[in-house]
Design a protein around this ligand. Structure first.
Ligand code: FAD
Length: 396
């Protein structure tokens, strides 16, 4: 019970084991002590707090779904709460985690051979090696499945080795400026299918340039990548990925995580707004005593509560092995939309102070926009659901 959040209004954490609750409690203490105090400054300076990487490993935050490296056996619902707790304090840290532990490690977990998993996953779980995931391109975001332009051409080199040559460009790739490996998704020029490649860093012909002047998730380092004749041995091609369909298994897993993160963004803003409303005095009374203010708080907590209910079920479906693409797509779309309303309401509750970093809401307000867009925009996720409902694909 000590680990419960006030924002868990219906007590959904009662579904967690004592070990899971204890782990969440320790993680929350760490986040409050070590992450929250520096979060606004890192955001303002657009710096990723990389000094925390080893401590996150000790807390078991990297690869908690991966049996060979996780600290203890746990449920998908626990991992959802983990994402929520981190985003509740710092959405940029949650996104760093989503890229390294979610996208890059799961690319290996889902798509790697036994040898590839053994080479990378233990070191990545200890935070000794960091990963990135390069799918989006300058000209293709929502339509990567159809439009991906980066090419991979197989050839035999002078020594008789089997290798690939990658050419193209990527955009928005989180962690790519400092990662030890970047998973690059490229179209095989022979069969036209999308394949995954582990590009070890540094690599000749590979450049990653930090994207400056972002106004959301500023403490996440995103990069524009250029690939010019980058050579990757066949042994570094993800051996269990043969098409975009295989890649979409990874996205289904991480999309549900982003939905949980989005609840955390709403909770972070809600908690700050509640505390503010109790102390801010107008017309001689705390603003929390006004009916319209209470309604905004109530609406926000209801949005958060409905979102937790939905995500809890989607995570249970993963453990029951019945979760499909449209299940996680619906959660990502619904929850990020509710999140956007929650952070806007909370921003409003702070009046002018809502737009300044110092009062605990502005960072969540700005960060919500990136979560609304990545891992499939709101539109694309609703169209995935629409396809499941009608049997008609509307987005091509
Ligand atoms: P577009 O696809 O150009 O979409 C623009 C608008 O058009 C959207 O509103 C969209 O919904 C709408 N639209 C497009 N097609 C349709 C349609 N058929 N019907 C209706 N509406 C449509 N990518 C990675 O590969 N790795 C990362 O680590 C990564 N990290 C990111 C971090 C941040 C902070 C951000 C902002 C993005 C990140 N991305 C990453 C990229 C992200 O996944 C894309 O931004 C996202 O998929 C949308 O693509 P786009 O930005 O090109 O928008």
């Amino acid at each position: 019970p000590a680990a419960r959040l006030d924002a868990d209004f219906y007590g959904f954490q009662s579904k967690l084991s004592a070990q899971e609750l204890d782990s969440l409690r320790r993680i929350r203490e760490f986040l409050e002590l070590e992450v929250r105090p520096g979060a606004d400054l890192h955001w303002e300076e657009a710096r990723s707090p990389r000094h925390l990487v080893p401590a996150f490993a000790e807390l078991g935050l990297y690869g908690p779904n991966i049996p060979e490296v996780r600290h203890f056996e746990n449920s998908a619902v626990y991992r959802g709460w983990l994402a929520l707790e981190i985003a509740r304090v710092d959405p940029s840290t949650a996104t760093f985690m989503g890229v390294h532990s979610g996208l890059a490690m799961n690319a290996l977990f889902v798509g790697g051979s036994d040898e590839q998993r053994a080479e990378w996953l233990p070191a990545m779980s200890r935070g000794e090696l960091l990963g990135a995931f390069g799918l989006t391109e300058p000209n293709h975001g929502s339509d990567t499945s159809k439009g991906l332009e980066t090419t991979a051409t197989r050839r035999t080199n002078a020594d008789g080795g089997d290798e690939w040559v990658l050419n193209g460009a990527k955009r928005w790739i989180g962690n790519a400026t400092f990662a030890d490996m970047v998973v690059i998704w490229a179209r095989d020029t022979a069969d036209n299918q999308v394949k995954g490649f582990i590009v070890r860093q540094p690599a000749v012909g590979f450049t990653a340039t930090k994207i400056e002047r972002k106004q959301s998730l500023r403490a996440v380092e995103n990069a524009d990548i250029v690939l010019e004749d980058v050579v990757v041995p066949e042994s570094d091609r993800l051996q269990r990925i043969d098409s975009f369909r295989d890649l979409s298994v990874i996205l289904r897993l991480t999309r549900a995580d982003v939905a949980w993160q989005a609840i955390g963004v709403g909770v972070g803003a809600y908690e700050a707004a509640l505390a503010y409303a109790k102390t801010r005095v107008q017309f001689g009374k705390p603003i929390a005593s006004f009916q319209l203010v209470q309604q905004k708080l109530s609406d926000s907590l209801a949005d958060i509560t409905a979102s937790i209910a939905m995500c809890t079920r989607v995570s249970e479906m993963l453990d029951e092995d019945v979760q499909l693409d449209h299940h996680s797509a619906m959660a990502k779309a619904f929850v990020t939309r509710r999140m956007r309303e929650v952070v806007a309401r909370c921003r409003e509750l702070l009046g002018g102070n809502g737009i300044q970093l110092d009062h605990g809401v502005a960072r969540f307000f700005a960060d919500a926009e990136a979560l609304y867009t990545f891992e499939g925009t709101y539109d694309m996720n609703t169209l995935i659901v629409g396809r499941a409902i009608t049997g008609i694909q509307a987005f091509v």
